[in-house]
Design a binder for this molecule. Sequence first.
Ligand SMILES: *[C@@H]1O[C@H](CO)[C@@H](O)[C@H](O)[C@H]1NC(C)=O
Ligand SMILES: *[C@@H]1O[C@H](CO)[C@@H](O)[C@H](O)[C@H]1NC(C)=O
Length: 216
Amino acid sequence: MKAAVFLKWLSELVAVSYAAQIPLTSNSSLTTGIKTENLKDGAAEFKCFITPQFSALVNLTLEATKTPGLSLGIVQVVSHTNDVQTEFGTWGTMSGDGDEMMQETMFDIGSCSKAFLATAMGILMEDYAQGKNVTPLPDGLGSFAWKTKVQDLFPGDDSEWKLKDDWASQKVNIRDMLTHVSGLPRHDLSYGPSDALIDLVRKLRYLRPQFELREQ
Ligand SMILES: *[C@@H]1O[C@H](CO)[C@@H](O)[C@H](O)[C@H]1NC(C)=O
Ligand SMILES: *[C@@H]1O[C@H](CO)[C@@H](O)[C@H](O)[C@H]1NC(C)=O
């Protein structure tokens, strides 16, 4: 990665963690570490990314962006041998009292869940495509893919799935939802911590869209 590109990436990462992630708790004093699993002699060679130079760069970036702390995990996998190396690094502080950031410091997940969701969906689709997952799909649905319509996943007249806009309700597919082109704005006040998953789905029909499906 070129230095300028990397710096841009890092400062975005820092901006995200500063804006959206609130450290919660931690209980160990490990701050950096490298762990290698499954590695037979000479089977794979991993490069360490968290070098002293890298750490110095992170320090400078935290200072320049007035970010209190940052923690970073890097996972390297050799696909044909399944060798895994994880590296962890932490910098700065995790609380107003100046407690050090640690490997076990927990953060609110914030929008990182979006990436996990998209990845989990992709893995599930791949499992269906390769016949590893044989859980029956709803009647009439031959495959589960990005273009699968949500309505086909929740079929029937008494389906929980319904949007205020009928056209969108029928046509929205998985890709539309993950790329945020369903037409629905955030409606942040429409849900709360006590809601079950199904409550969130059932409320969708009452939420006013801001755009037509795929308009923006
Ligand atoms: C840290 O937390 C883990 C998981 O909650 C727990 O198993 C462990 O005993 C804790 N360690 C200390 C030193 O409190
Ligand atoms: C980064 O900053 C911390 C805290 O000031 C310091 O302990 C550490 O040595 C610095 N690391 C590098 C590589 O400069």
